[in-house]
Design a binder for this molecule. Structure first.
Ligand SMILES: Cc1ncc(COP(=O)(O)O)c(C=O)c1O
Length: 955
């Protein structure tokens, strides 16, 4: 390799942990002569790719950024007055720098391990409090994917609730007001069809609901900007036994009566305009708030208050068992990954501005909208409404002329049809902008003038008195304390410091692929030319994004061995739903509507059956054999039993047991022979890229979790992206660009983070991608080789190897030492590590996935921690340590416990907190003792409580 080739391939060296020397040592430990031999010994030969990936060569980090700058400049950033759920916003610099662009925040995992996640849990609780306060509804979750899917989740929740006592659903109609955002309607349509929900479109003031309705949705303010009083509408629905969803806007709610006070049962919407850039559609946090009655049906995650082992107040994800709403045929939602990082940004925006600051921002917007209305009226333009917050719908004689003039002036409006134009203002709008808008309107009718008065004293109030907010909000001290930049910076840091992320140590989460999220991949996401583009900006202004989209679609097709791709699904589970809808579309197009059975192996992730149910299929679960593989005989029997109604199979490969099953091709054939199609769950693509592919194996469709294999960070529980790739058969059934079959609100889902995966592929090139998979396998097999001397490894494949992850069985220690898998998970925190995946897919086990990004030294530290924990278990088994008072049962040990004057344990403080020497350099303290899981669920509190409750609660 010459000097310049070396430079081009530098990123692979930086992304992949082990160097040549370490590689040799690791291969020796495994007993393989070379990496090639390792691969030969691990993968079934009949699935190997016949040739190298057709992906262009690698580019260096600096070359990539230089090229991308040019692509970015092909996007043209106009002033956006399009609105419709996406608004320009000012990201406070202190949040941009200390949260959005900070790996201490964005590389965190979902906060399942509460003791090392108190920081983000607090921030998400702030988010819930903000949503609950502003919407006037008591229960809120910690984010959903976008406004459209939140509306669909709300509809489904009400549908299941209304019909829960009936064998067959009796109330199947759902009212959709004609003035909800178009993209929300499209997502509702996609969701309603397979669920057997009949959408009834119309005007909210004309609908007369009866017992066939279970609910209805309205937009507040509506898509034309009108602030409507929905009290009467809500009353009518309630009298008919149906519920009401209001899609709403948190900024507007600082000035408007909250949905809860107008009779809403559910309020949903997007928190984007609270300091999260538009990013061509996302990622942004959607919110969901509801009445107490629905708290056990709420989709997504809820953060709740609990106590730790010392009775100290702490936080955790509440109702985690309920979170298994993603459970097989009882599924009501498939939400897993949501938008935690963006919820944190929005929450911090509210913390920074506080109730007064937010109200001032909203008042400025409202004042400018009022001035614009007056100016346009005086210029002779007709307004559709005199009751609005930030959006005006204006009648113009010639929309084409207006569009031409506005685009000449580099501004975009929204054209809902006919002679109407909609103009939405936001917190970035200035008085000069308002003058410019009026000027453009005037020019469109041949007048070259612009005039308006900005006299605050003389300004008219366009919010009707009956809908003006009287309720206080954000009174909790957290929203009233951190308003200087110094305070805000310290608050952000103090929360970050409570949490463990990839900046501390490896996070070996099986099935989640917590690999490096490289700075070069992430930097462009906040570039002006990518972050400030509206998802519905005219195509002529988004050529840069268009280029990335086309390239990425093509690259992902080549990697998966498929021919068409949709980048729309904004999580893996949404990808499953979209892929299954494609299968459904295919069967229906052949008049095979009766093909409605999906086979799913018992080892599958919960989202698989949940998505299948959502897509209108019947789930039939098939067995695994003792070795953890799909039980071929059972699969055959089930496929045969349902051969006339078989729609397909969902399968994860390598399996969720971390094994390349030898029979995978046969599995696909069994299904194909009986008229079914094969859906491959791409969660484990990190063990396929460059080695094999879903297309090569014989699948028809797969999703890719870009937030796993393709380097998008987990963000503490989102964002993510779950594009799907399909073969020719299914290509016509992908979600359409025209909104047909939409599974997300925006055409390309959370488009701005596609840049991360694009960078990953471009900088690694074909060889680097191949190497990444090989090293993921090497790292897993090396750890397995070290740990199998101490622990039972549950399943292995060819030659005793594992794929990119493996399962460690902890169940035997229950009887020998009274130790549970959870004790080991908590003890790992004392060693500075996040636990691997706990009890998935097998209860009582941990699943380790090191990824290629960790070097041997880090893998060794983790192994040493687990080996030492094994010794600590032995001490209990042999009676050298007490069965109750031991380092595992009492784990984790926070600093406040270790440094306390009182120490009542039968082991030393240093054994508790510094059990291995490397901890002198690597200590990361959990901030609370073991969190009490049941207390929080029995006493569900999911908003910030009054300060008095922070006083210690007796255990
Ligand atoms: C095997 C498997 N399938 C599907 C999913 C769902 O993906 P997402 O969380 O992106 O919705 C996961 C998530 O961890 C998974 O592990």
């Amino acid at each position: 390799m010459d000097l310049f080739e070396k430079q081009s391939s530098e990123f692979a060296r930086r992304h992949i942990g082990p160097d040549e020397h370490e590689t040799r040592e690791m291969l020796a430990a495994i007993g393989a002569g070379s990496l090639e031999e390792l691969i030969k010994n691990t993968l079934p030969p009949d699935i190997l790719l016949p040739r190298d990936l057709d992906v262009p060569g690698p580019v260096s980090e600096s070359e990539y950024l230089r090229d991308l700058k040019e692509t970015a400049n092909r996007n043209r950033v106009f002033r956006s007055y399009i609105g419709q759920g996406y608004y320009d916003t000012i990201v406070p610099s202190v949040i941009l720098r200390n949260l959005f662009e900070n790996p201490g925040w964005y590389t965190q995992y979902t906060p399942y391990q509460a003791e090392i996640a108190q920081g983000r849990l607090e921030s998400l609780l702030n988010f819930q409090t903000m949503v609950s306060d502003l919407t006037g509804l008591p229960i809120a979750n910690a984010s959903l994917l976008d406004e459209g899917t939140a509306a669909a989740e709300a509809m489904t929740m009400l549908f299941n609730h209304r019909n829960r006592d009936h064998e067959t659903a009796t109330a199947t109609r759902f009212f959709v007001d004609e003035k909800i955002f178009t993209q929300t309607r499209q997502v509702l349509e996609t969701r309603a069809l397979p669920a057997g929900i009949q959408l009834v479109s119309g005007r909210f003031d004309r609908i007369e609901p009866d017992e066939t309705f279970f609910g209805g949705i309205v937009q507040y303010p509506d898509s034309e900007g009108t602030v409507v009083d929905y009290r009467e509408f809500a009353g009518k629905f309630h009298r008919a036994g149906a519920q009401v969803i209001m899609a709403t806007d948190l900024m507007a709610l600082t000035l408007l009566a909250p949905p809860g006070a107008l009779g809403a049962d559910v309020a949903i919407g997007s928190a984007q305009r609270l300091g999260v850039p538009m990013g061509f559609g996302g990622p942004h946090a959607a919110f969901f708030a509801t009445r107490d009655e629905f708290k056990r049906n709420l989709p997504g995650r809820i953060i709740g208050v609990s106590i730790d082992a010392r009775g100290k107040r702490c936080l955790r994800m509440a109702l985690q068992t309920r979170e298994q709403h993603i459970r097989r045929e009882k599924a009501t939602s498939n939400i897993c990954t949501a938008q935690a990082l963006l919820a944190n940004m929005a929450a911090m925006y509210a913390v920074y501005h506080g109730p007064t600051g937010l109200t001032e921002i909203a008042k400025r917007i409202s004042f400018l909208a009022g001035a614009l209305a007056t100016g346009l009226s005086q210029a002779g333009f007709g307004l559709r409404s005199q009751a609005f917050f930030d959006t005006l719908t204006v009648e113009v004689p010639d929309t084409a002329a207006l569009k031409r003039e506005s685009e000449n002036a580099e501004m975009n409006f929204h054209y809902p049809g006919g002679n109407l134009v909609t103009v939405s203002l936001d917190e970035t709008t200035t008085r000069n902008d308002v003058l410019d808008i009026i000027h453009v309107f005037n020019r469109s009718v041949g007048v070259d003038a612009s005039h308006v008065s900005f006299d605050e004293d003389a300004s008219e109030d366009f919010i009707p008195a009956s809908l003006a907010r009287t309720q206080e909000f954000l009174q909790h001290p957290v929203f009233n304390s951190h308003h200087s930049e110094t305070e805000m910076m310290r608050y952000l840091k103090s929360l970050e410091n409570k949490d463990l992320s990839l900046v501390h140590s490896m996070i070996a989460l099986g099935s989640c692929t917590m690999k490096l999220n490289a700075a070069t991949e992430l930097i462009p996401v906040s570039w002006h030319h990518f972050s400030n583009i509206h998802p519905f900006a005219p195509a002529g202004q988004t050529a840069g994004y268009g280029h990335i989209v086309r390239e990425l679609e093509s690259l992902l097709c080549r990697i998966t061995g498929f021919t068409a791709c949709s980048l729309q699904p904004n999580s893996g589970a949404q990808g499953e739903f979209a892929g299954l809808l494609a299968i459904r579309g295919y069967h229906h197009s052949r008049h095979d509507q009766h093909r409605n059975v999906i086979l799913i192996p018992i080892s599958a992730h919960g989202t698989n059956p949940a998505s299948a149910v959502m897509a209108g299929f019947r789930v039939v679960v098939t067995r695994c054999d003792e070795a953890g593989n799909i039980d071929l005989e059972d699969l055959k029997a089930q496929a045969e039993k349902y051969r006339d109604t078989l729609a397909g199979l969902m399968v994860t490969y390598p399996s969720t047991h971390g094994v390349y099953e030898e029979t995978i091709r046969e599995v696909c054939q069994i299904v194909h022979d009986r008229g079914g199609l094969v859906y491959m769950d791409g969660a484990n693509m990190n063990a396929q890229v460059g080695l094999t592919s879903p297309g090569t194996i014989g699948a028809d469709v797969c999703h890719l979790n870009l937030h796993k294999t393709f380097a998008i960070p987990h963000g503490g529980g989102g964002p993510g992206m779950g594009p799907i790739c399909v073969n020719d058969k299914l290509a016509p059934f992908l979600p359409g660009r025209d909104g047909k079959g939409a599974v997300s609100a925006a055409p390309y889902g959370s488009a701005s983070i596609l840049l991360i995966s694009y960078a990953y592929i471009r900088m690694l090139g074909a060889e680097g991608l191949y190497k990444a998979s090989v090293y993921a396998i090497l790292n897993a097999n090396y750890m397995k080789a070290r740990l199998e001397k101490y622990y039972r490894i549950l399943y292995t494949g060819r030659n005793g190897s594992c794929a990119h992850e493996f399962i460690v069985d902890l169940r035997p220690f229950r009887s020998t030492a009274n130790i549970e898998a959870e004790d080991v998970a908590k003890r790992l925190m004392d060693y500075g590590f996040h636990a691997p995946t706990l009890s998935f897919p097998v209860a009582g086990t941990i699943m380790i996935e090191p990824t290629e990004s960790e070097n041997k030294a880090e893998l060794d530290r983790f192994c040493e921690a687990l080996i030492n924990i094994h010794e600590e278990i032995r001490e209990i088994e042999e009676g050298r340590a007490d069965k109750k008072d031991n380092v595992l049962k009492n784990a984790p040990h926070p600093l406040s416990v270790v440094a306390a004057d009182e120490w009542l344990h039968g082991y030393s403080r240093s054994k508790a907190a510094f059990p291995l020497e490397f901890l002198d350099q690597h200590k990361c303290w959990p901030s609370v003792s073991r969190v009490n899981n049941t207390f929080g669920d029995r006493n569900l509190v999911c908003t910030c409580e009054p300060v008095s409750s922070y006083a210690e609660t007796p255990a």
